[in-house]
Design a protein around this ligand. Sequence first.
Ligand SMILES: Nc1nc2c(ncn2[C@@H]2O[C@H](COP(=O)(O)OP(=O)(O)OP(=O)(O)O)[C@@H](O)[C@H]2O)c(=O)[nH]1
Ligand SMILES: [Mg+2]
Length: 221
Amino acid sequence: MTERVAVVEKILSANDRLAEENRRRLDDGHVFGVNIMASPGAGKTSLIEQTLAALGGRWRVGVVDGDVATSIDADRAAAAGASAVQVNTGGECHLDAVMLHGALAEMDLPNLDLLIVENVGNLICPAGFQLGTHKSVLVASVPEGDDKPYKYPGMYRGVQALVINKIDLQPYVEFDMDYFRSGVEVLNPGLETFPLSCRTGEGLQAWVDWLAGHLAATRAN
Ligand SMILES: Nc1nc2c(ncn2[C@@H]2O[C@H](COP(=O)(O)OP(=O)(O)OP(=O)(O)O)[C@@H](O)[C@H]2O)c(=O)[nH]1
Ligand SMILES: [Mg+2]
């Protein structure tokens, strides 16, 4: 048991070292990096598409898409105007810093402003692996249910912003927004939260403004 713990710690510290290297590469290129995590189908790729549309070509955007097997999401990001790189995890339930390191090598970082990483759809594994991005963002969605912060606390604790997607579906599903937000507040007090709908566009602007603020600050540095 002790040996097993030692090996896991070694893997994690190797990952963290490479995450630091990824951060250095982003900083050198003045690129703001965001790691987007969520359960399968919460709307990660839809948010990337809507964000690209809302940014309207003002910023140069790269997308790294982590997928267990296909290139469907990278193709969607490319069609929406991003420079997209696909990372097939070969069955792994998360991206790690090594995988992002390989993807960054394929990207023209000095010619990007924003790097969005779409992690593998999963509410547990991705939370354990730092990638080196500046912010981690969780996309929750109304149909998943209002109990998710209580059931997946590790994910809710480790992010710097929260998108609550699919608010257009609130009239049709049981989702107690106050109960959901109380759970989030206990785990991550004051977390910046953006309720929105990728379907109707409601609430999207506040999210885009948050991103644009960080982008401008990164370029200014
Ligand atoms: N009603 C509604 N549907 C949405 C919204 N956002 C996304 N969807 C739908 O939800 C489904 C999943 O969206 P994706 O963007 O592919 O979700 P994802 O998180 O990228 O999924 P994976 O990459 O497979 O984990 C699609 O059918 C979208 O059209 C929304 O705001 N409202
Ligand atoms: Mg997706």
